[in-house]
Design a binder for this molecule. Structure first.
Ligand SMILES: NC(=O)C1=CN([C@@H]2O[C@H](COP(=O)(O)OP(=O)(O)OC[C@H]3O[C@@H](n4cnc5c(N)ncnc54)[C@H](OP(=O)(O)O)[C@@H]3O)[C@@H](O)[C@H]2O)C=CC1
Ligand SMILES: Nc1nc(=O)c2c([nH]1)NC[C@@H]1CN(c3ccc(C(=O)N[C@@H](CCC(=O)O)C(=O)O)cc3)C=[N+]21
Length: 299
């Protein structure tokens, strides 16, 4: 049976470091880290997730702002809001919840966020720094940064000699995850919807990371015995057995089938998700340190 990687417990340890860093920043410079989350429209799942971010920000002692815009907000209105947050000295981190409603163009909105405040790591500057291996001056997308802490909890900092397979190649997760694994000396395969024999590619993985949003697609015979399996996917499905209107979350990994084969595995919920929210706070405190010219702590 695989070891279960407890994302909640590891996130709680990181939260303590974040709180201490925030307290030190306040003591040294009188500055409170400020995080703004912008959400457009009324997607229920997005709102639950944004509420969780606000709660965690408060818990860390941050100044936290949520900007909720109507589903029919125009591109100009959204860009005006981001412009104001860019100019606000009390805000060190800005996150625009994705995806945006279909009539809005994501790319220009994300690219106008000042790189120093881009806590999602999606700006060309931050993505580029990661691509050239500069992990010290940019900001790295929260979910891959959190997933790497989970990988390190099993394998340590140096992944030399290990094969890693990432399923999914999004800018938000797959690409930065692949780059972080490569930077840590893993031999990386980036798989996606056009990969020929996905099962065979996965069977080669000492570290298998799934981020597709296809519920339970990773089966037991895709997993190399003893491999570390990191499940990023989140799909909400109806769960009538829990009561009327109730739902539950499924990952991209068929957990029950893969747990006996893997060496270590993350559950959903309680794996990568809690790390994502925590790393958003870590990025915000890092941005706040840099804003006052202090060297940022590492998490
Ligand atoms: N736990 C957490 O903290 C977080 C969870 N998520 C979840 O992770 C999942 C992925 O998110 P994100 O990267 O933003 O999603 P995207 O939809 O942007 O990307 C999905 C990727 O999966 C690939 N893919 C889709 N279907 C298949 C398939 N059948 N076989 C192989 N590859 C496939 C796509 O390939 P192609 O490029 O060829 O289309 C694409 O690269 C979602 O479920 C999301 O909810 C996301 C962020 C944080
Ligand atoms: N700009 C942007 N950045 C993101 O990082 C981003 C985004 N947009 N859009 C949506 C996805 C999804 N995502 C999740 C984060 C945490 C949990 C999470 O906390 N999950 C808990 C469970 C929560 C629950 O029970 O609902 C867990 O897995 O244990 C889930 C999903 C971040 N995303």
């Amino acid at each position: 049976m695989a070891e279960r990687i407890d994302g909640k417990a590891i996130a709680a340890e990181v939260v303590e470091k974040i709180k201490a860093a925030a307290a030190e920043l306040h003591r040294a410079k009188g500055v409170v880290p400020g995080l703004a989350v912008v959400i457009v429209g009324d997607d229920a799942a997005s709102h639950t997730y944004v509420t969780a971010k606000g709660k965690r920000a408060k818990e860390c002692g941050f100044h936290s702002v949520q900007v909720t815009l109507d589903a029919d907000t125009s591109q100009e209105e959204l860009e005006k809001v981001v412009g104001e947050l860019n100019a606000d000295p009390a805000i060190h981190g800005i996150l625009v919840q994705l995806p945006l409603p279909g009539h809005l163009d994501e790319f220009p909105v994300i690219q106008m966020i000042r790189p120093e405040k881009d806590v999602d790591g999606l700006s060309i500057v931050n993505a580029g720094k990661l691509a050239v291996g500069d992990l010290k001056t940019g900001l790295i997308s929260c979910t891959p940064a959190g997933a790497m802490i989970l990988v390190r909890s099993i394998h340590g900092d140096d992944l030399s000699g290990l094969n890693a397979v990432v399923i999914g190649r999004s800018n938000l997760f797959g690409k930065p995850m692949g780059r972080l694994l490569l930077q840590a000396n893993a031999t990386v395969t980036m798989a996606h919807s056009r990969t020929a024999d996905l099962a065979a590619a996965c069977r080669n993985a000492d570290i298998l990371v799934a981020a597709t949003g296809r519920a339970e697609m990773v089966k037991a015979d895709w997993v190399k015995p003893g491999a570390t399996v990191i499940d990023v996917g989140i799909t909400r499905v109806p769960a009538p057995e829990r009561g009327e209107g109730k739902t539950r979350l499924l990952g991209d990994v068929d957990f029950a089938a893969c747990e006996p084969v893997a060496g270590a595995i993350t559950p959903v919920p309680g794996g990568v998700g809690p790390m994502t929210i925590t790393m958003l706070m870590a990025n915000t405190v890092i941005a706040a340190y840099r804003a006052v010219g202090l060297e940022a702590p590492r998490f």
